[in-house]
Design a protein around this ligand. Sequence first.
Ligand code: NAD
Length: 427
Amino acid sequence: MAEIYKEPAPYKKDVDNPYESMMVRFDKAAELINLDEGVYNYLKLPVKQVIVSIPIQMDNGKVVAFEGYRVIHNNALGPSKGGVRFAPDVDLDEVKALAAWMTWKCAIANIPFGGAKGGVRCDPNKLSMSELEKITRRYTANLLEIFGPDTDIPAPDMNTNEQIMAWIMDTYSMHDRKTVTGVVTGKPLIIGGSRGRREATGRGVMLATLAALMKKGVNPEDTTAVVQGFGNVGSVSAKLLNEKGCKIIGISDVTGGYYNEKGIDINKAIEYVNKNKFLEGGNFGDKITNEELLELKCDILVPAAKEDQITVENASRIKARLIVEGANGPTSADADQILMDKGIMVIPDILANSGGVIVSYFEWVQDRIGYFWDELDIEHRLTRMMNEAFENVYLSALNYETTLRLGAYIYAIQKVANALKLRGIYS
Ligand code: NAD
């Protein structure tokens, strides 16, 4: 008999509802720009929310039904774009919040996409490759009417990778009776992936940091940085910031952190994690907890692990002068004011980590034109677009005399609202 997979969501109990957390910022920005009530009502609700059942036969012969989600928050600027995460605690609220963030992120990045997000409630650590493949293919098959290069384009997110994107592409292509590379981004290079995608988010974090330091008149070589999370975003951010002369004095992952006032050898740490999966057991400096790491005295703090790391509990003890949000939602809504009062500049997630979706856009473009750019080309284009996005958000914040976070929301909301007004309401 089929059974519904249920996994307790241990950390969710204590954190803010992510959709509410997004709406707090949205409401504040809407108020500052006196957003038209009709547009507000339109943007408050996602365009489409789909829940699918994913029954698969497990390796032991049992049939288990997983639950999958896809939320399209808005598609006024173009086909919707957003990752798919596999996690035991993923739920509709989380996916809705992440989908809305994608709408704002794509608008800020100036790419012709709306926002979406997807998820499957499962624990990938407890699944075999064959079970993961079945889940991915059935999830894709259930969403065939939603996905498409001109409608909705998924990408990797937490616990999903190039292989999973390859299965999505293949499943969609089998049903369409031809290879459709542009239906998904984050694919392996040989089947239509883009050069520079893996490093894109970390590179964007580095570029946003440099742009902020430039505004402050600070030389990166005179700065120290602390990076939380040592996965794709954290490790690349740390490496590239280090290459720009910034001394990385703290790093961490889920197993804990290290502090070294002389600076941590990031290449050595990356090599260690490639071999041992985690930082644990490495010789990088004094062992500290993740809580202590966030409160270290430094110039730049890059939370690049997960949501709700900087909250009312610890915000008053943060000593960094600049926070660059590599992760999605690392600062809870009620911590914003505390950071502002302390004069800490925060480059919000919807700007700071947009390098990933920008290079995803490059992948989609390359798939459609059938011509692939070299690494340097990608880097130049990404640098130009990140700098433009930073400048637009900075000016928006100056204009409304507000934080970069609200400046970013304002810029994005105004852009989507303009598109909605031009397109009109079809009813
Ligand atoms: P990842 O799985 O590669 O790495 C996550 C890292 O965080 C790991 O080192 C893990 O050990 C660490 N971590 C997990 N829980 C932690 C905890 N409680 N305390 C400290 N460290 C912890 O993931 P990623 O792709 O680097 O994504 C990190 C964040 O960046 C997520 O919020 C994700 O949504 C966001 N993001 C990722 C991309 C991308 O392109 N990968 C793009 C935009 C945003």
